[in-house]
Design a binder for this molecule. Structure first.
Ligand SMILES: Nc1ncnc2c1ncn2[C@@H]1O[C@H](COP(=O)(O)OP(=O)(O)OP(=O)(O)O)[C@@H](O)[C@H]1O
Length: 766
């Protein structure tokens, strides 16, 4: 079963210093009434206040919404699913200072408590209920890990900053899941215990005062709550991940100093990559750039099974206008991401640790996790241990695609395996990745690692040696598969010339060498820019160069590079638009060649700071090559070949080209004549000046992006209206200029346009 990411918006109230400010974000219900059940956020067009954009979400919470209401409506219902074996991911997204931390963590008073403490409170209540209802036959354990991603490095928040390794904890891919190696997992039996741990850990979180937020989170914080339900025969594990993302920042507004700028660049970069992932998912691209930031690797949006809730935090005031619009665009895409709802099936307890051993938990009983899957929320645990379901065949140790992987998981569940070391015994991180990338043998095979668990589990020593062999084999297989997968991923990119590859490698080496100096981040951006460029993604490349700019102020070559890209993007856009507007459209029923596909301006521009740059304000339609650029690798041939369409997040095309095998469907052609049913069209009908009042009125409604008005058009239901608004949002500032353009929108055909028009007859001239 699959469902979309649930996206809800929350508008924070005005802060003290904003009371005299202009509020521009409003809400309404889908039917246009203000019934209190809002689902629509409305915001004016930054270019024209008379127009507004509307965005529909699963729910929209207004300024006065309490913490309790958010929890009761959105989070509380997920607890039941958590205990039914589903994993739950809840994350807050928004610009800096919009209320993410307030929503997730909240304040100290009972009423102010945020989603996380309330979630834990609810979990503990349910634990007690289950234990009571089953008369103790089911026991529930709660354990948590809490870490932050700061400047693209992962730090355990249970560890004070002075004890951190500067490079942070490594993350690894393990059987397709992302894991943080060496993270502490603390059992946590009561709410009080949780509160103590959580408060302590939050002191370790990186926050600083910025101009936009006195307590700005400078990192993404991820709390993972593991719930283990143990019965006489089964063990079921599910996880709730609550993520407070750092907010994007427009550094022209922050007055950030160098240190804050570096943090900010890292935050913006990871959010930019997240936006790219969401865009790639929504375009069903085969390559999702998860790996380009640790946050996206860990969040794995769209890959994590279970339930996902995104809370979009918004500030209502005008000073956030572009930021808010950009967040709304992001959320609008996110809501379309499908996630699989797969529950974790109970594991049979034949080989799991004895119940007695698992129940004695206390605050001091802290374990390090050797490999804790973050996104392995819903791995099917059927046959992961030797207690596989009765009647099932024993797993084969040498099967590459499934069983070998399961064998690896299986061994990690054996009691004799070193699952973790008591903190009191050693301060050394216990975890070595048993992942494909580890060159050292897994700790389980090192004699010194045979700690208390191993000693208490002597009976399975024989099984361990067999399992060890299996694990080693599966590890090698994983290694090979990972290599192959990586090769596969790169194989899709255009082949690089040896020279270009060398320059990219040089750049990577320079980044490594400069790890300690502030320019490393800038070089990272340059590298990413180059990689985007090589893939023909000009707009994304430009974005990355823009992000690199603060690190290389006044760098002529960088400026030149950006200008070249800007010109190229603009030229492509103008070329495409002129095709759309100037080409006579005698008929659009004929199949259309791919080159004629219409690409509208990119909306990859999800980062408000960049969006506001207005990078395309000076037209210069000539192309320049960048071969003279010494500092950066030359552009691959393919880069020049690609069309702007490759950067565009939205393209529409006549339906005829979508189904090439069928004969082209004859689309009705509209004209603004009195006879609306006539399908003959004078080419001059493209000119808005010649549109009839009815057409003008219809286009006005469409371009208002007002979901309620669009929905009210004849033949347009809620779904179609939502699709139309989504298309329009993707088109950013571009408008639908004529009926042909309208008919080409996704989900709209000639018949729908005709219906829309005829439905508008009352009071409007034909
Ligand atoms: N719903 C709300 N009710 C009252 N105050 C709020 C609400 N939401 C946010 N605030 C206040 O707004 C300010 C900014 O909120 P917060 O720190 O949660 O923002 P943030 O999005 O987490 O910012 P950053 O990304 O910089 O960490 C704080 O003073 C917070 O108390």
């Amino acid at each position: 079963m699959s469902s979309s990411v649930r996206v809800v918006a929350r508008i924070r109230p005005l802060l003290k210093q904003e009371l005299d400010k202009d509020t521009i974000v409003t809400t309404e219900s889908t039917d246009g009434e203000n019934t209190g059940n809002s689902t629509v956020v409305r915001i004016p067009n930054p270019k024209n206040d008379a127009e507004s954009f509307s965005f529909q979400f699963n729910s929209v919470y207004e300024q006065h919404t309490t913490q309790q209401q958010i929890f009761d409506n959105e989070v509380s219902p997920t607890v039941k699913h958590l205990f039914n074996g589903f994993d739950v991911t809840i994350f807050a997204y928004g610009v800096t200072g919009t209320g993410k931390t307030h929503t997730m963590r909240g304040g100290k008073t009972l009423a102010d408590r945020g989603v996380i403490p309330r979630l834990l409170s609810s979990i503990y209540r349910r634990c007690r209920k289950i234990e009571k209802d089953t008369a103790g036959a089911t026991q529930v354990e709660v354990a948590m890990s809490y870490y932050e991603i700061y400047c693209d490095r992962v730090y355990d928040l249970f560890e004070p900053p002075e004890k951190r390794t500067p490079s942070g904890l490594p993350i690894r891919d393990n059987n397709g899941k992302t894991v943080v190696v060496g993270l502490m997992e603390k059992p946590c039996t009561t709410l009080k215990e949780f509160e103590h741990l959580y408060d302590q850990a939050n002191i370790n979180r990186s926050t600083s005062a910025t101009k936009l937020n006195a307590h700005s989170s400078r990192s993404h914080a991820i709390l993972c709550v593991k719930v283990t339900q143990t019965t006489e025969t089964t063990v079921q594990v599910s996880r709730a991940s609550a993520i407070d993302l750092a907010g994007s920042e427009d550094n022209r507004r922050t007055d950030n100093n160098k240190e804050r700028l570096v943090e900010s660049a890292s935050i913006n970069k990871s959010l930019f990559v997240l936006a790219q992932c969401v865009e790639a998912i929504s375009k069903k691209q085969s390559r999702i750039p998860y790996r380009e930031s640790k946050m996206t690797r860990i969040l794995s949006l769209g890959q994590n099974n279970g339930l996902t809730l995104m809370i979009l935090n918004l500030a209502p005031v005008r000073s956030y206008h572009l930021d808010t619009l950009s967040s709304l665009n992001f959320a609008n895409r996110t809501k379309k991401i499908e996630v699989c709802e797969v529950e974790n099936e109970p594991e049979f307890r034949t080989m799991v640790k004895p119940l007695a051993a698992t129940t004695s938990i206390s605050g001091a009983n802290i374990t390090r996790q050797p490999l804790r899957p973050l996104t392995n929320h819903n791995a099917n645990l059927h046959d992961r241990d030797t207690g596989r379901k009765q009647g099932e065949k024993p797993v084969k140790a040498f099967s590459v695609y499934s069983d070998a992987r399961k064998a690896a998981s299986r061994i990690s569940n054996l009691p004799s395996q070193n699952q973790g070391i008591r903190r009191t015994e050693t301060h050394k991180r216990s975890a070595e990745p048993t992942s494909a990338f580890s060159s050292r043998p897994p700790k389980a095979f090192r004699p010194s690692d045979n700690t208390s668990r191993l000693r208490t589990a002597a009976p399975s020593e024989l099984a361990l040696s067999k399992a060890s062999i299996e694990a080693l084999i599966s590890q090698r297989i994983d290694e090979k598969l990972a290599e192959k997968a990586l090769q596969g991923a790169t194989a899709t990119a255009p082949a690089l010339s040896a020279e270009l590859q060398k320059r990219l490698d040089d750049l990577e080496h320079r980044i490594e060498a400069k790890e300690e100096d502030g320019k490393s981040q800038g070089l990272q951006f340059l590298l990413m820019a180059k990689q985007h460029q090589v893939r023909g993604e000009d707009a994304s490349a430009l974005r990355m160069y823009q992000m690199a700019l603060p690190f290389f102020p006044g760098n002529e070559k960088l400026n030149g590079k950006m200008k070249t890209l800007e010109d190229r993007i603009r030229a492509k856009r103008e070329g495409e638009l002129s095709k759309l507007t100037s080409a006579p459209v005698p008929t659009i029923s004929a199949p259309v060649a791919p080159s004629a596909l219409v690409s509208l301006p990119t909306s990859t521009n999800l980062m408000a700071p960049l969006k506001a740059e207005k990078t395309q304000s000076k037209p210069k339609p000539t192309y320049t090559t960048d071969s003279e650029d010494e500092d950066f690798a030359p552009v691959a041939e393919s880069d020049h070949d690609t069309t702007y369409a490759s950067d565009s997040s939205f393209r529409y095309k006549p339906k005829a080209s979508r189904k090439p095998k069928k004969p082209a469907k004859k689309l009705p052609i509209f004209r603004d004549s009195a006879d609306a049913s006539s399908y003959s069209v004078p080419s001059s009908s493209n000119h808005p000046g010649e549109q009839t009042p009815r057409t003008t009125h219809l286009l006005k409604i469409i371009n208002s992006r007002d979901i309620n008005k669009i929905k009210a058009l004849k033949g347009v239901g809620a779904k179609k209206a939502d699709a139309i608004v989504s298309c329009l949002v993707e088109m950013e500032e571009e408008e639908v200029r004529d009926l042909e353009g309208l008919a080409l929108l996704k989900g709209v055909g000639g018949r729908t346009v005709e219906n829309m028009r005829t439905g508008l007859s009352t009071g409007v001239g034909s």
